[in-house]
Design a protein around this ligand. Structure first.
Ligand code: SF4
Length: 692
C-alpha cells in the first residue's frame, strides 16, 4: 500500500479555516499528510468541503514556519534563537518587571479565534489569575463583538439561534451583509439547495454578490443599499410589518417584552421605506415588497455576516434583526432564527471562553460575584470585578504610556486591525510584545519575543463553530515546536509564580465544563463518542441544543430594543468621493498568513480594487490599471477591476495581502457599543497611477 502512495492511517479532525467547522479525515502515509478528505459524518458538513479546507493545508509544513523560540532586546536587533526555557524565563521576568514598574494593569493579552477553546481558556486564565487584571480581549472584537452584544440584549445569549441544518426548513431567507459563497462555502451549498427547492431569497448588500443570481437561483429582491445604512433598512422592514398588520401577536404577547414601546417607536413615519429611501438608496416599493415577503412566506430565517457587524451601528443592527425575527414570530423552531456566519473557525469559542475584558467564560460579567467566586475558589486567587481594556483601548493606552506589555496569541493585529498607522504607533510604543504564531507575521516585526505556535494538524482540543457546535481538533502529528500552546501558557504562568498546570487539553475542557453552565455536559470522551455537540450541553440538555429559545428565551422574555438609526460620521466628501467596503474571496482566508503559503495563492495573487465602470471612466481608469487608493488616514496602490457588481460610488477590496494593505486605508471609527471597527465604510479617492 505504501508503495502505491496510498494513506496508511487517518485521523478525524476539524478544518483550520472558517466558522462552518467542517470535519475532515486527515489521511497520512507514515507521518506525512497525504490529503484531507471531507468526513461524511461531520455534523457541520456531512461530507462536503471547500477549496480551503480540502487543499490549503500545506502551510503547516511551509519553510516559513517558526519552529524555535526567538528573543531580542529591541525590535531593531536581530532575533536570537533560544531554548524554550530561556524564552519562557525572559517573557515571565519582563512581564513581572513591567508590572512592578508600571502597575498591575500595565500588561494584557489578545486571544485568537484560530486557536482552540482550551488554548484561549488558558490565556484568559493567565491574564486573570496571574496578571491580576481583566486586560484580555479577543480578535472577535474586530468581527463579531456586536453579535455578542446585540443577541445578549435581545435574546439573552450571545450566539446564533439555529443549527445549519435548519435552513432546510426555511421558506424565505434574508441574507444581510454576508457573502456565503465565498466566506462560508459549505453552508452556502446547503442554503442554495434549499433555494433551488423554491425557498425565496432577499439579499441586502451594496455589492451584487454571486448569490443574487447563480445557477437556478434568482433573488426575489436585491436591496443594494448605501454602505452604512443597514439600520435604516432593517427599521423599514419592521415598520412595514407593524403598520401593515403583519406582527405575530400571539408570539409577541407570550414570548416577548417591551413590544408596546417598540411598536410606537417603529411605527413613526420616519422609519417608513419612503422616508428612508433617499438615505438608503433602496427603492421604497421594493423594500415594502421584501418586508411583506419576509413576514408572510412561512419560516423566515436571517443569515448575516460582517457587513452587519463592522459598522458604527453594528450592535444596533444586530438588535434590529432580532426585533424583526421576534415581531414575525421567527424564533425557536427549525427554519427561522437569527444566524451569524462567523469568519474564523473558533470565533464563537473564543468568545465563549471568557476572552472579553468584561466577561468570564460563559458570558458572565466580571462583576457577577457568584460567577467570580467559582473561579476564585478554583484558582485560589482574588479576581478583579472591573472590566479591563479592549483592544483599541490597549492601543491608545500603549501610545499614552500606561500600557506597556502585550501577549498576542495567533493573531496578526498589525495587518488585520484598522488604521495600520495607529496600530504601528501602539505596537512600537510597547516595552514588551510577545507574539505566539506560526510565522514571523507583520505583528512580529514589532515583537521582542516570538514563541512558535502549533498548526491545527498538531493541536489537541476543540473548536466551536457558528452553530455552537463543539468539534474535536485531533493531533495528526506531534507539535513540530515540541510543545502545545497551552503548555507554553502554563509555563509562563509558573515562571511568574502561579501554579498553573494541566496534564492534557482534555483536563482543561474538564475545568471549562466544571465552571461554565453551558458546557457542563462537554468532555473529550463525550465528543469522541458522539462526534460533536452544540452548547448548551448540560444536565437540562444532555444531547446539546441545535435550536435555541424554543420554549422561552435564555433571558426569559425576548426583549424588543429601540434601534435609532444614527448615520455614520464617515461620509464621502469632495476630496474622498467614493465609499470603500471590504470583504474576502473563496480561495483566501483573512490576512492570508495561511492560504498565501499554499497553492491557493495562485487563484488570488493580489488584492484587487473593484469599482463601477462609470467611476473608472471619469478617472481614466481601465480594467487592470494600477490605481492609488487613499483615505483621510492612508494610501496604498493596487490594480483595478471594473465591475457592474458594484453600484456607482462604491468600491470594494479584500485584505488578504499585506503589501496592498487595505487597513492602511480604514479608519478608527467603530461600533458604539463594542468598538468593532467600521471596516465597511471608508470615504476614499481612487486615482490612476500613470506607469513610467
Ligand atoms: Fe473549511 Fe469553511 Fe471550507 Fe468548511 S467551508 S472546508 S470549514 S473553509
Amino acid at each position: 500500500v505504501v508503495e502505491l502512495g496510498m494513506p496508511t492511517r487517518s485521523v478525524v479532525t476539524t478544518c483550520a479555516y472558517c466558522g462552518v467547522g467542517c470535519s475532515f479525515k486527515a489521511e497520512l502515509r507514515g507521518d506525512e499528510l497525504v490529503r484531507m478528505v471531507p468526513y461524511k459524518n461531520g455534523g457541520a458538513n456531512e461530507g462536503h468541503s471547500c477549496v480551503k479546507g480540502r487543499f490549503a493545508f500545506g502551510y503547516a509544513s511551509h519553510p516559513d514556519r517558526v519552529l524555535e523560540p526567538m528573543v531580542r532586546d529591541a525590535i531593531t536587533d536581530p532575533w536570537r534563537k533560544v531554548s524554550w526555557e530561556e524564552a519562557i524565563g525572559f517573557t515571565a521576568r519582563r512581564l513581572r518587571e513591567i508590572q512592578a514598574a508600571h502597575g498591575q494593569g500595565s500588561i494584557g493579552a489578545i486571544t485568537s479565534s484560530r486557536t482552540t477553546n482550551e488554548e484561549v481558556y488558558a490565556v484568559q486564565k493567565m491574564v486573570r489569575a496571574v496578571f491580576g487584571n481583566n486586560n484580555v480581549d479577543t480578535c472577535a472584537r474586530v468581527c463579531h463583538s456586536p453579535t455578542g452584544y446585540g443577541l445578549k440584549q435581545t435574546f439573552g445569549e450571545s450566539a446564533g439561534t439555529q443549527d445549519f441544518r435548519s435552513v432546510e426548513k426555511s421558506d424565505v431567507i434574508l441574507v444581510i451583509g454576508a457573502n456565503p459563497t465565498d466566506g462560508h462555502p459549505v453552508f452556502a451549498s446547503r442554503m442554495k439547495k434549499r433555494l433551488r427547492q423554491g425557498a425565496k431569497l432577499i439579499v441586502v448588500d451594496p455589492r451584487r454578490i454571486d448569490l443574487v443570481r447563480s445557477p437556478h437561483i434568482e433573488a426575489q429582491h436585491h436591496l443594494q443599499l448605501a454602505p452604512g445604512t443597514n439600520v435604516a433598512v432593517i427599521n423599514a422592514f419592521a415598520h412595514v410589518v407593524v403598520t401593515e398588520g403583519l406582527v405575530d401577536r400571539a408570539f409577541v404577547s407570550q414570548r416577548c417584552e417591551d413590544f408596546d414601546t417598540w411598536e410606537q417607536f417603529i411605527s413613526a413615519p420616519e422609519h417608513s421605506p419612503e422616508a428612508v429611501a433617499s438615505v438608503t438608496g433602496v427603492d421604497a416599493e421594493e423594500l415594502r415588497a421584501a418586508a411583506r415577503l419576509f413576514a408572510t412566506s412561512g419560516n423566515a430565517a436571517i443569515y448575516y455576516g460582517l457587513g452587519v457587524t463592522e459598522h458604527s451601528q453594528g450592535s444596533t443592527m444586530v438588535m434590529g434583526m432580532a426585533n424583526l425575527a421576534m415581531a414575525t414570530g421567527n424564533i425557536g423552531r427549525r427554519g427561522v432564527g437569527v444566524n451569524p456566519l462567523r469568519g474564523q473557525n473558533n470565533v464563537q469559542g473564543s468568545c465563549d471562553m471568557g476572552s472579553f475584558p468584561h466577561e468570564l467564560p460563559g458570558y458572565r460579567h466580571v462583576s457577577d460575584d457568584g460567577a467570580r467566586d467559582v473561579y476564585q475558589q478554583l484558582w485560589g486567587t482574588p479576581l478583579l470585578n472591573e472590566p479591563g481594556l479592549r483592544i483599541p483601548n490597549m492601543f491608545d493606552a500603549a501610545i499614552d504610556g500606561s500600557f506597556r506589555a502585550l501577549f498576542v496569541q495567533g493573531e496578526d493585529i498589525a495587518q488585520s486591525d484598522p488604521n495600520t498607522q495607529h496600530v504601528f504607533a501602539a505596537l512600537s510604543s510597547l516595552e514588551l510584545l510577545v507574539v505566539q504564531d506560526l510565522f514571523e507575521n507583520e505583528t512580529a516585526k514589532f515583537a521582542h519575543v516570538l514563541l512558535p505556535g502549533t498548526s491545527f494538524l498538531e493541536k489537541d482540543g476543540t473548536f466551536t463553530n457558528a452553530e455552537r457546535r463543539i468539534n474535536r481538533v485531533r493531533p495528526v502529528m506531534a507539535p513540530q515546536t515540541g510543545k502545545q500552546e497551552w503548555q507554553i501558557i502554563c509555563e509562563i504562568a509558573q515562571e511568574m509564580g502561579y501554579p498553573m498546570h494541566y496534564d492534557s487539553a482534555s483536563q482543561i475542557m474538564d475545568e471549562i465544563a466544571l465552571t461554565t453552565p453551558t458546557f457542563m455536559g462537554v468532555s473529550f470522551k463525550k465528543l469522541d463518542e458522539v462526534g460533536s455537540v452544540q452548547w448548551p450541553c448540560n444536565l437540562e440538555h444532555p444531547d446539546g441544543t441545535p435550536i435555541m429559545h424554543e420554549e422561552e428565551f435564555t433571558r426569559g422574555k425576548g426583549r424588543f430594543m429601540e434601534t435609532v438609526y444614527v448615520p455614520t460620521t464617515e461620509r464621502s466628501t469632495r476630496k474622498y468621493p467614493l465609499i470603500l467596503t471590504t470583504g474576502r474571496i473563496l480561495s483566501q482566508y483573512n490576512v492570508g498568513a495561511q492560504t498565501r503559503r499554499t497553492a491557493n495563492v495562485a487563484w488570488h495573487p493580489e488584492d484587487i480594487l473593484e469599482l463601477h465602470p462609470h467611476d473608472a471612466e471619469v478617472r481614466g481608469i481601465e480594467d487592470g490599471s494600477t490605481v492609488a487608493l487613499s483615505s483621510r488616514v492612508g494610501r496604498t496602490t493596487l490594480r483595478a477591476r471594473l465591475s457592474e457588481r458594484m453600484p456607482v460610488g462604491v468600491c470594494y477590496t479584500t485584505f488578504h495581502h499585506p503589501v496592498t494593505g487595505a487597513n492602511v486605508i480604514t479608519t478608527d471609527n467603530s461600533d458604539w457599543a463594542t468598538n468593532c471597527p467600521e471596516y465597511k465604510v471608508t470615504a476614499v479617492q481612487v486615482d490612476l497611477v500613470v506607469e513610467p
